[in-house]
Design a protein around this ligand. Structure first.
Ligand SMILES: [Fe+2]
Ligand SMILES: [Fe+2]
Length: 220
């Protein structure tokens, strides 16, 4: 187990200390598509004090994971990704879109533009995400599990490009929602929407981390 220092690569940090993802998310440090950067490089890019982040990483009582996913087999890892990330998304995405439309109807006209932008962004992205997961479920994951030749380098390249656009979407979502902080006058449904969107953000980053940083490098 590596000690936590500025030289540790983000993907390895989250693999060895899963709770560290909460600290990274708090500071907006990207460990999914930017997982190859060290803690120090990520802090420098966001102009965040490295010592403060290292101290927070120590303070959050980091425990080693029950499961170090980099040691798991392809089968275990893919089952975990499907059960813990794909299945909840299939179930929850339609509810999220519906919740958004309820808040939108209740809050026109002062916040009309915000909700139009949010609805458009989320609606477009959710259909891209469903397509993306279908490609993993129907093509890439069976290919990996069958151990077929040639190795699935091209599909992985396409999935990584999708992950880049997912990361850009999450940046846009955080900007639109003021980093998931509703205004003072927000009603309970609005607050619930932002809580769910923040959870969606965190889960999607963990999901992409497992694919980009743990599963895909086994084939490149
Ligand atoms: Fe996935
Ligand atoms: Fe993916």
């Amino acid at each position: 187990m590596d000690s936590i220092s500025g030289n540790l690569v983000l993907a390895k940090l989250v693999d060895q200390y899963p709770l560290s993802s909460r600290v990274l998310l708090k500071y907006g440090l990207d460990f999914c598509c930017g997982g190859k950067n060290t803690v120090a490089q990520a802090c420098e890019a966001r102009e965040i004090d490295l010592d403060m982040v290292i101290s927070d990483l120590g303070l959050c009582k980091l425990k080693s994971s029950n499961k170090i996913w980099s040691s798991a087999s392809n089968q275990e890892l893919i089952t975990h990704i499907l059960d813990s990330y794909h299945a909840p998304l299939h179930e929850n995405l339609p509810h999220l879109v519906e919740l958004l439309s309820r808040v939108e109807k209740a809050h026109a006209p002062k916040y009309k533009q915000l909700f139009i932008d949010l609805a458009q962004t989320i609606f477009n992205f959710s259909s891209e995400l469903i397509d993306h997961m279908a490609k993993e479920e129907q093509i890439l994951f069976p290919w990996i599990l069958a151990n077929r030749q040639p190795r699935p380098i091209e599909p992985i390249h396409c999935m990584k490009k999708d992950h880049q656009s997912a990361s850009a979407f999450l940046t846009q979502l955080a900007e639109l929602t003021n980093n998931y902080q509703p205004p003072k006058e927000a009603c309970t449904t609005w607050k619930s929407l932002y809580t769910q969107l923040q959870l969606f953000d965190h889960e999607l980053r963990n999901h992409i981390h497992l694919e980009n940083n743990i599963l895909f490098p086994r084939f490149s």
